[in-house]
Design a protein around this ligand. Structure first.
Ligand SMILES: [Zn+2]
Ligand SMILES: [Zn+2]
Length: 134
């Protein structure tokens, strides 16, 4: 099984050889859940990482358990069926994707700060400039 195949077909090779800077670049598609197509957020729809490194939002994980599609103690990945143990049968306790959370909170801050970026449009990519993180 190859990981992340669905997510970024053309990109994964590139990402592997790129420097750290590449890891700070996320397309908008990577910032949304591939199940519900909603954007991750830093509250109820946190990006959760499964053991196979696939990402699903916390709401979808919860729904899978509620609908009986997945056991509450072991989540079966909707993409590759890899099974991941759930701590205390509580999907909220599963590991967050810190990188995505970082991008989201950075975006929230940038938006709240007003000023720049008001012109909309722009590229489809979210680029984090390390100097703006300090
Ligand atoms: Zn979702
Ligand atoms: Zn998976």
């Amino acid at each position: 099984m190859s990981l992340l195949k669905e997510a970024e077909p053309g990109r994964e090779m590139e990402a592997k050889v790129q420097t750290w800077a590449q890891s700070l670049v996320y397309t908008l598609e990577e910032l949304e859940c591939k199940i519900c197509y909603n954007r991750y957020d830093t509250r109820s729809r946190k990006p959760k990482v499964l053991g196979c490194l696939h990402r699903v939002c916390a709401k979808c994980l919860k729904k899978m358990v509620d609908m009986g599609e997945s056991s509450p103690s072991v989540i079966s990945c909707p993409f590759c069926r890899h099974e991941t143990n759930v701590p205390d049968e509580e999907v909220w306790l599963m590991e967050d994707d810190r990188h995505i959370l970082g991008v989201l909170s950075w975006q929230d801050r940038a938006r709240r700060g007003g000023g720049g970026g008001g012109g909309g449009g722009g590229g489809r990519e979210v680029v984090l400039n390390p100097s703006s993180l300090t």
